[in-house]
Structures are given as C-alpha cells and as structure tokens.
Design a protein around this ligand. Structure first.
Ligand code: F3S
Length: 387
C-alpha cells in the first residue's frame, strides 16, 4: 500500500500517539481489503455515539484520545436529545454517561450534531470521498448524491475524521459501483409517497441482500429515494443502488444491464405491507426529516391538535433552519426531537404498537422498541395522530 511521506511521519509518531494509532488502523484496514492507497475525504459521520452501545470501555477509550478532526464530521444519533433528556424519562446516570461520550467527541473536534442525515448540514457532492457509518446515510451519499463511501464502523470513521483520509477500496472505486441485479417495478407509481417507496425498499432489500440493485419503472424524488435506500439498508445490506434515469450514476454511465438477473415487483407484494392495525403512537423522521418533510408536516398539522402521541425526529440544524414549520408543528402538540431517533432512544418503548411512514422503521421497531409496527403515508400518520 502506498503511503505518502507526510503520512509516514504520522506513522512514526511525529504528530502524537493518537494520530499515529488512527493512521495505523486505517492502513491495517486498507491492507485487509487490498487498498492501494489512502484517499482524502470531504467529511465523516461517526457511529458509536450512544453510551448504550459503547459502554464504559468505549467512553474511557474516547477520553484517552488526543487529536482534532481535520475534516467536517458529525455523530450518529445518540440515545437521548441532549438538552431535553428529562422529558423522555431517560435515567440520570445514563444521561451523565451519554453527555460524557458526547463531550469526548467534542474534544476531538467532532461536531455535536447527532444525525443520520449529515447531507442536509455539510455540502456533499458527486464524486466526493467520505467516511460515513450509518447505513441510510451511506446509501443516500452513494446513490442519491453519487459520493463514495463504504459503510464504516465507528472507530474507522473516527480515524478517518482525525486523519482526513480513508483506505481506497470497495465503493470508493468505480469498478465496484456497477449494478448487479435489476428490480423491475411493474406498478403505476406516479402517485407514490415516501411510505410507498419505504415499503418498496423494505421488500427489495430482502430480495437483493448485499447486491447493488438497478431499479426500472420508478421516478422517486429525493425524499422518496431517501426512504427507499434506508429501508433496503435495513432489510438487506444495500449501500448503493441506482434508479434508471434518476440517480446520478445511472444518468451518467448508461449501465449495460443486459444479462443481469431481473426481479419483477408486483402491486400485491407492496400492498400487503400496509396492514392496518390499531396503534398507540406515531413516529416520523426515520431517517431524520428533511426541510421539505417538516414543511409537509406543518401543512398537515396546521390548526389541528394531536390526540395520540406524535414524535418527529430531525437534526438540530434542520430544526433551527425551519422555525416557521416548527412553530406550527409544536402548536399541534407533536414533539420534535433532535440528536436521537425512534429506534435508538427509549421513548418508543412504552408503546405496544407504533405507526411510521418509513420502511426502515417498519423493519427495526419490532426488535428495537418491542412494538408492533404499522406503515402508512405521512397523511395517514397525521390523521391517526389527530383523529
Ligand atoms: Fe436514522 Fe434512527 Fe432511522 S439513525 S435512519 S432515524 S433508525
């Protein structure tokens, strides 16, 4: 593996032990996966932010590090909203530990935004190399933006943030980004919503596993692409997908898909996912809401009061930049939380059945929250929460 002279000096310990160890980690990873070099990255998104996941050992390790991120970097959602954890009934001892984890990342120069939608906060462009961890963010970056990232673990994304580089293998290489299977959607999708695309992703992820699918027969917008990719990353392990004439690499490369396995998807396969069961609460924002999604929720909730708990999750940056929508949403009694989400926080564990508009949440809520999950459109979710 080629190492440039500046990196050789880091490996020799000239910039301290933390940067030395972090670069050693990246080089070791590169060697395992056959990378020929390290590539500079534009940003990092670091998982391993919840105290529940990393525990005391992880906190001590983070606290022992001494370096600063050299590229923009954010954290994955944590187990509580930083400023409003009491409202969620989070245990005070846990909150103290979680705050210590976040503070340790802060000392390392990681931005304390805790979100799975870093693309709304830091400009990310076609062809950028990244080191991101969260599966829906990885899928969005690769597929919708045309940037390049493998699905990183927490330590490798942190190392990349501190060094500014990542090993160049896997999805960083154009030759590994070609479609491997065709999903031919045989449904009239013109009126499809985010939830329909979430349901399609929920189904398609099971069909394709970890292959790179190429979709035909659909024209999703950006929020719908976000829902499709997040669900496929949850029920499969899809880190990159293409949509004919829609996603940037499909438009640019004109992939030759002849000879690939072609899997048709019919209406009944998606329709049965929308089963109607009574629910106790509604949760939206998986992945975290976009500005447009907050705008839609404000429109749907204007002048209404919620009668069932309605939780909405978004990054603090998106919340702050959309105060008008936020005022209308909060006036309805809905709760909007930053830093955390319906799956990683304990807030949804009190309910036996939860309605969502996300294929990813549909996949995760049963195991992670111990609740029955029902998917519906955003309109239906608001109707159920306010009727
Ligand atoms: Fe994001 Fe949590 Fe869903 S991390 S994608 S909101 S499960």
């Amino acid at each position: 593996m080629q190492i440039d002279p500046a990196d050789e000096r880091i490996l020799a310990g000239e910039q301290g032990e933390t940067r030395q160890k972090m670069l050693e980690l990246l080089v070791a990873l590169g060697k395992v996966f056959g990378a020929e070099r390290l590539v500079p990255i534009r940003s990092a998104q670091v998982s391993g932010a919840s105290y529940k996941t990393i525990g005391e050992y992880g906190l001590q390790w983070l606290s022992s590090l001494d370096a600063k991120a050299v590229v923009p970097a954010v954290l994955n959602p944590i187990g509580m909203p930083r400023g409003r954890w009491q409202e969620m009934g989070v245990d005070a001892d846990f909150a103290k530990k979680q705050q210590a984890v976040v503070a340790a990342y802060g000392r390392l120069g990681i931005s304390l935004e805790c979100t799975c939608t870093p693309y709304y906060l830091h400009e990310t462009s076609f062809g950028d190399h990244l080191s991101w961890s969260e599966s829906s963010a990885v899928s969005y970056a690769n597929s919708v933006i045309g940037a390049r990232t493998n699905r990183e673990g927490g330590p490798s994304a942190l190392a990349a943030a501190l060094i500014g580089k990542t090993p160049c293998y896997g999805l960083h290489l154009g030759k590994n980004r070609k479609p491997q299977v065709v999903i031919d959607v045989k449904i009239a999708t013109r009126d499809w919503t985010v939830a329909d695309y979430g349901a399609l992703g929920y189904h398609a992820g099971k069909l394709v596993g970890n292959r790179i699918p190429f979709f035909t027969g659909i024209r999703p917008d950006h929020d719908q692409l976000k829902a499709l990719g997040a669900a496929m990353a949850a029920t499969g392990a899809v880190a990159l997908y293409h949509v004919e004439d829609v996603t940037p690499e499909a438009r640019k490369n004109r992939f030759d898909i002849r000879g690939l396995e072609k899997i048709p998807v019919e209406f009944k396969e998606i329709a049965h996912i929308f089963r109607e069961v009574p629910v106790e609460a509604v949760a939206l924002g998986c992945p975290h809401c976009s500005p447009e999604e907050l705008g839609t929720l404000a429109r749907l909730l204007a002048g209404k009061r919620v009668r069932k708990p309605l939780y909405i999750f978004a990054s603090q940056g998106v919340i702050d930049a959309n105060r008008k929508s936020m005022e209308v949403i909060e006036k309805s009694g809905a709760k909007v939380y930053a830093d955390t989400c319906m799956v990683v926080s304990p807030v949804m564990e009190q309910y036996a059945a939860i309605m969502v508009n996300s294929g990813k949440a549909l996949a995760y809520v049963p195991d992670m929250c111990g609740a029955v999950a029902r998917i519906g459109t955003t309109e239906e979710c608001v109707q159920v929460a306010t009727e």
